[in-house]
Design a protein around this ligand. Sequence first.
Ligand code: NAP
Ligand code: GLV
Length: 309
Amino acid sequence: MSVLIVCPGKDPENWEKALKNQHPGMNVYVYPEDHDKEEVEFALTWNHPRGLFKNYPNLKVIASMGAGVDHILSDDALPEGIQITKVVDDTLTEDMGDFVLSQVMNHIRGLHHYVKAQKEKKWEKFQYKRPQDTKVGIMGLGVLGNEVADKLHKNFFQVYGWSRTEKSCDHVTSFHGKDQLEEFLNNSEILVCLLPLTEETENILNADLFDMLPEGAYVINVARGEHLVEHDLMEMIDNGHLSGASLDVFREEPLPEEHPFWDHEKINITPHIASLTKPESVAGQIAENYDRMKDEEPLKNKVEQEKGY
Ligand code: NAP
Ligand code: GLV
């Protein structure tokens, strides 16, 4: 019985170390090193080569190295009956809260103006908004969306949220489903996307949706690049309806050098670092699920594959 780590483009070494620290008896292979496919029952992965897992006749669980599982579910050739898990981790969650708070603060205080002004040696003051006077809408009120809502509320922002099913939370004015999307958007001066990537949410950040935001709204996408119709965003910023965007995720990563986002002065780019999984922080839950699989117990953080998240 073995675990296979598959994460092309990422360093697997820290994952291997962290797993072995948690579970000294665990036999771990790192793809593509030579290994017996029949032995592998559990895979830990990020962006595996499409179709790879169908070659593992005894594979029972595929664990995502992150909170998102779109990189797994988008593979049409997953083995029948496979169980999929995601990461739910306090560090990952808190880091997302900090990142979004920093982007929201950066926007309302207009800090990007001063980066430019300093380069030009200009002593120039800009007006700013206060959190109390700012409405932030969060799309996706799951593990991460809730943390973001909480941090924004604690920092005196007016918080709005949108999810698939109804929620009730004292400090978030909540909306759900397609019917309530427009009202939610009408209130979102800053829009934060923290949805999972599914058939329903792909391309959701498009011109029709931006149109429903207040004039001058700002967009923060920390979910997936495929949520955003890039051309629509550029157009809505260039025609003045949106004031700008902070983008952490992209359709193609790394973002190609020739991409127009790089040079857009109203688009703030970060390289998918809003919240990074720390192997030592999540190895415990992966090892626990490995034992649960062996003991035929229900897995923790299991993904509902029909829902797509
Ligand atoms: P989660 O706990 O599964 O929450 C997902 C939320 O989205 C839920 O509130 C869900 O509604 C809502 N939702 C799903 N489909 C919807 C739809 N069609 N309409 C309205 N709401 C919908 O996910 P999470 O752990 O918070 O993670 C969210 C995403 O963040 C991940 O999938 C990943 O892509 C991204 N992420 C990015 C980074 C980064 O560094 N940039 C790091 C970690 C994660 P219900 O509550 O009603 O089900
Ligand atoms: C990162 O994008 C994650 O899904 O954890």
